[in-house]
Ligand binder design. Structure first.
Ligand SMILES: [Zn+2]
Length: 284
């Protein structure tokens, strides 16, 4: 046996063995395992083997076992803090550089911390915005020319949706259920909200969109049909089914609150393809 150098450890023998398995190579691990086995045999000197294990880990890893564990704990702590900071900043934010102008924040990040954030308009401008602004996801994430352009696109998308609804008339039933389907179709197909694309969506979805109904059609519905349609359309909330005010029927009398006009949420749609020149000019 080698002469004993006094290096102590607060770790149990099992913890020392675990540590050896984490930081030492396979041959050293086998050696430690072997010492652990011999330690468990009757009539041996367990302290002797324990000291051998401590010394061996210290020599091979270059640091005493307790110091290695402290280092691991510190790293775990740092990782957890970094993860918490990342989560606080929202999912996968493309934050590239953090310049803390506030007091060094312990734990919670100072909402006034400035970060460099790429403009969401895709112009490669780096904006200096606060953490609070990144969380709010608002206008602050666009540079002035891109924000202007985005507003114009939004206005144009709204106008196209309006034109579509006016033109379609009773051919498209304007309700939350249908609008949701049309919106999802545009998103799935990466189509901008234009009159043509909305028309295409209607054609593609014609078998699943809820049609406009007449009073007669509602009256002639079977109870199952009525219930299914009411469920899809949320008629029990709005009191309207297929454009028919259910209060005018004698059969069903739900608590009616007439819904305000539905709106296709154009803001969630991909931007218009400016290259194709849909009548919008960029501000820059
Ligand atoms: Zn921009």
């Amino acid at each position: 046996m080698s002469p004993k150098k006094i290096t102590s450890s607060k770790l149990t023998n099992q913890q020392l063995q675990q540590l050896a398995h984490q930081v030492l190579n396979a041959a050293d691990q086998r050696l430690i395992d072997n010492w652990m086995e011999r330690m468990a045999m009757p009539n041996c000197a367990p302290d002797w083997f324990r000291q051998d294990i401590i010394n061996h880990i210290t020599t091979r890893a270059g640091r005493e076992p307790d110091e290695i564990v402290r280092g691991m704990d510190a790293k775990r702590q740092r990782d957890a803090e970094a993860k918490a900071r990342q989560e606080a900043a929202g999912p996968a934010q493309p934050v590239v550089n953090i310049i803390d102008l506030g007091k060094p924040a312990a734990g919670e990040q100072n909402p006034n911390t400035l970060v460099a954030h790429p403009c969401l308009g895709g112009c490669n401008t780096r904006l200096a915005v606060t953490i609070a602004e990144v969380k709010a996801q608002g206008a602050a994430l666009y540079c002035a020319p891109c924000l202007d352009k985005a507003k114009k696109m939004q206005a144009h998308a709204d106008a196209e949706a309006e034109k579509f609804l006016t033109t379609a008339g009773t051919g498209y039933y304007n309700c939350a259920y249908n609008n949701e389907q049309v919106l999802n179709w545009l998103l799935r197909n990466k189509k901008a909200c234009t009159f043509e694309n909305l028309t295409d969506a209607c054609l593609a979805l014609r078998s699943t969109l809820l049609p406009t109904l007449t009073i007669e059609q509602v009256r002639n519905m079977l109870p199952e049909e009525f219930n299914l349609r009411a469920k899809l359309e949320g008629s029990d909330v709005t009191g309207i089914m297929g454009g028919v005010d259910l209060k005018t029927l004698t059969t069903a009398k739900p608590e009616a609150t007439i819904h305000s006009s539905n709106k296709i949420r154009t803001s969630e749609l991909p931007p218009l393809d400016l290259a194709k020149g849909r009548g919008i000019r960029g501000a820059d």
